[in-house]
Write a protein that binds this ligand. Structure first.
Ligand SMILES: *[C@@H]1O[C@H](CO)[C@@H](O)[C@H](O)[C@H]1NC(C)=O
Ligand SMILES: *[C@@H]1O[C@H](CO)[C@@H](O)[C@H](O)[C@H]1NC(C)=O
Length: 226
């Protein structure tokens, strides 16, 4: 009777030793302030279970090897380090550490997202474009026949790209003989009438639009003595 008890006990003890616990990995994460060019390192550390362990690292389901720019080192029986020597845009991803022993396996993941891209992402999702507002412009009151008339239509507010259109008495103006319309920079357009004549008189309108809206302003050209 006593012998049987001892045998059962010994069997239980042996089986307890032979069947080790499955591993459990402690949570890890990448630092939030990572910029391009910085070094990123995470530690996959086993907090429960019995060695020997086999470690594997994955990035977005692709197995990582100790290759250019990526270093994988076993620190001790329970710990594996992943170092990305210089993080870049394509370092971004979901990194997984997988650990197994004779009793089972565990895996934990962490997302790497470098700051610049995080910022870009935040800006992209929160940017709002303002509609343009044009500064007032006017023709000189001293225009004689044959003189040059120049006005500048400039968007004082709003974000480019802007689209500029000029009208004379409601009719669209085009860059033709005697009339030159030039985009000066991202924010302004010039209208030049090379030599004003009687039929240059009229009400000139500049219309500016962007993805958020438009504005328009007008000025009257009146040649002196006509
Ligand atoms: C990262 O990968 C793991 C393992 O494939 C997955 O369970 C987890 O949902 C992924 N996380 C993200 C944020 O994609
Ligand atoms: C000039 O044209 C604009 C736009 O069509 C109009 O709002 C404005 O009243 C006109 N000005 C004159 C003096 O006719």
């Amino acid at each position: 009777m006593t012998m049987t008890c001892l045998k059962v006990f010994t069997l239980l003890l042996v089986s307890r030793l032979a069947y080790s616990d499955a591993p459990q990995i402690g949570a890890f994460s990448f630092p939030k302030e990572l910029d391009a060019g910085m070094r990123a390192s995470v530690q996959c550390a086993i907090i429960r279970g019995n060695p020997p362990f086999k470690f594997s690292w994955f990035k977005d389901e692709h197995k990582l090897t100790d290759a250019r720019g990526v270093s994988i080192r076993k620190f001790d029986e329970f710990t594996s380090n992943l170092v990305i020597v210089r993080v870049e845009a394509d370092s971004n991803g979901n990194y997984t550490c997988q650990v197994s022993n004779s009793a089972g396996f565990d895996q934990k993941s962490a997302v790497l997202l470098i700051k610049a891209l995080l910022l870009m992402f935040l800006i992209h999702s929160s940017i709002s474009v303002d509609a343009p507002k044009i500064g007032p412009f006017q023709f000189s009151g001293e225009l004689d026949v044959g003189m040059r008339a120049i006005v500048v239509c400039a968007a004082m507010t709003g974000e480019p790209p802007f689209h500029f259109t000029w009208f004379k008495d409601g009719h669209k103006l085009i860059d033709t003989l005697g009339v030159s319309i030039k985009k000066f920079d991202d924010f302004s357009s010039n209208l030049v009438i090379a030599k004003v004549e009687a039929d240059s008189n009229g009400n000139y309108t500049c219309k500016v639009s962007n993805s958020a809206g438009y504005d328009q302003k007008s000025a009257v050209l009146s040649v002196k003595g006509i």
